[in-house]
Design a binder for this molecule. Sequence first.
Ligand code: ZN
Length: 83
Amino acid sequence: MRCCSRRKMQQVYRETVKDKHAIRGKCGVCGSNMFKFSGSACKNRPKGWYDARKREKRNRLAREKLLENTPKIVACFQSDEPQ
Ligand SMILES: [Zn+2]
């Protein structure tokens, strides 16, 4: 049975799967296979791509934090035209 908890990998080796770096290994306790993606292997991104992504994420988090404390407004429109 798998122990399904976070443990150190044994017999670790790296490989590349679908343009991503991955780590494959075995659990030291139960011996089941472990697998983890560890980042993109694609290194030919345009200049500033990583910085732009970081900035975008930071902006999104800031926006969400700002909206968190804002009460939701419910708008209702009424028409004057006769039905
Ligand atoms: Zn295990």
